[in-house]
Design a binder for this molecule. Sequence first.
Ligand SMILES: Nc1nc2c(ncn2[C@@H]2O[C@H](COP(=O)(O)OP(=O)(O)OP(=O)(O)O)[C@@H](O)[C@H]2O)c(=O)[nH]1
Ligand SMILES: [Mg+2]
Length: 599
Amino acid sequence: MEIRNIAIIAHVDHGKTLLTNALMRQTGMADESASMDSNALEQERGITIYSKNTSIPYKGTKINIVDTPGHADFGSEVERVLRSIDCVLLVVDAQEGPMPQTKFVLKKSLELGIKPIVVINKIDKPAARPEIVQEMVFELFYDLGATDEQLDFETVYAIGRDGIAKLKMEDNSNDLTPLLDTILRIVPPARSEKDLPLRFQPFNLGYDNFLGRLAVGRIYEGTIKSNSNVIVKKSDGSTRSGKITKLFTFEGVAKKEVSEAIGGDIVMIAGIPDIFIGETICVDKDQEVLPEIKIDEPTICLSFLVNNSPFAGREGKFVTNRQIKERLEKELEVNVGLKIDFSTNDSYKVFGRGEMHISILLENMRREGFEVQISQPQVIIKDGSAGSPQENMKLEPFEEVTINVPDNLQGTVIEKMSKRKGKMMEMVPEGGYTRMIFEIPTRGLLGYRGEFIIDTKGEGILYSRVIGFKEYVGEIEKNDLGSMVSMVNGKALGFALWNLQERGQLYIEANTEVYEGMVIGNCAKGNDMAVNPTKGKQLTNTRASGSDEAIKLVPPIRLNIERGMEIMNDDEYLEITPKSIRLRKKYLTENDRNKARRG
Ligand SMILES: Nc1nc2c(ncn2[C@@H]2O[C@H](COP(=O)(O)OP(=O)(O)OP(=O)(O)O)[C@@H](O)[C@H]2O)c(=O)[nH]1
Ligand SMILES: [Mg+2]
């Protein structure tokens, strides 16, 4: 059977997954309720976190599809996938038009010589402007240096959610046939090269409790068989031997065990416990390795430690050092961009690609019943490698930030970004709004998101993406907020909070149990403040009329993992349990904190 390999790529939320689901539905590979976003956290958040494979049959052809995540923190995962497919569906929202991540994934595709099929999606939206968006996409191709052949791309208009596609806006259509036919027409058939010796390369990892590490990849040449001995070759030429114990292909949302598969197909293998992205699986150690697949380096790091707060162990099932270590070791099996330093005994340094990358691991852990504390995320500072133009330079990660705000807020944003060492690269008016692109050290951006939401009253959009390491820019001055720290154990009272809310924003509501050293809010003044959130009203003998008027509390800022990571200070821990997220001082008593400060 002929095989076509495609990936679906787009900016976050432009409709990749629902389109993939509809393709599976209409080809009979999945029922109404099935979704590629199968992970519990994905379903709760409504975003794709892990790229996933499926295949659908159409007119005697097998179409392998990789649904990719749109969030910028997972951009390097998309890049890996692009290496292993032959064409992409570039999905663009018919109202929003091309967005920062559209540009990134398109740029990567064009560089790899891929000629995308453009899907202008969500044309049912009342404010959809499909023709204008189509032109914007064309301009983007042009700006990104597309070749004449790439500029000659096909456009399909779609309502992915409802499974409708058409080649012209005025066409009538009630299914995805026009898109499927376009795929067959445009995507080159995968070459099988089945008479050559096997070469297979993983672009993704997985894990199964019974089978161990799994690798998803493309067979470039030859035939892969289960129960066969193979050679694993690294790009430096070193080899080791291994055995493929099981082999699976993808069908709809399921995996199907097979005994062999031939060149061109995308399959999942089990049996090689240390297999890694980009290695070449072959049969003879003299075979040439396939071109390497680059893994982006981590940009931030923080420590994971046992929860030792006064409330430790109340809510979690897994709380010990050993349990946390084992869980982190398991995570390394599948989480490609992650690195962990296990060299200290009671705290593990975790290196990741951004706050979201780490927060998803933490969110998964708390769902599984873990309790853990983390320290404030720090960016990774390193030295330029010898022989490179950056030799002898101190380097730090930088991000490209795209900001869209109403015109009147542009001044505030520019001022704050430049204070944080952001450099403006572009500024374009967009009908009452201003779009600005900055380059800024990650260090400067940390902690800005919350401020941005407040400054723009929720009317601004901010996207960021790591662009690599550049020269360290020196001290960055930030006006950090101080913390309001409880000096007692007990239950917070509405009356006390009502008094405290004038001093800053609270993170807790009335009746929350607190402990000494727990951070219950911030204070607008830079310094920390010890407070008593349990203090009740002075009792008087005579009840004056009107003294019991209802206390009006401002709704607190609810801590979640990402927000906690952003607002925490470096002398604090974020305490994460299955039910609670609390911020606390590393030293719980004021006495100990003073001692620590004096050194
Ligand atoms: N109006 C309209 N809304 C759609 C359509 N397709 C998707 N949506 C909505 O867009 C949102 C995102 O859809 P998804 O398919 O999850 O988007 P995605 O591109 O996979 O998102 P990420 O994987 O997180 O980047 C959902 O709330 C959908 O209801 C469509 O054809 N029309
Ligand atoms: Mg998705």
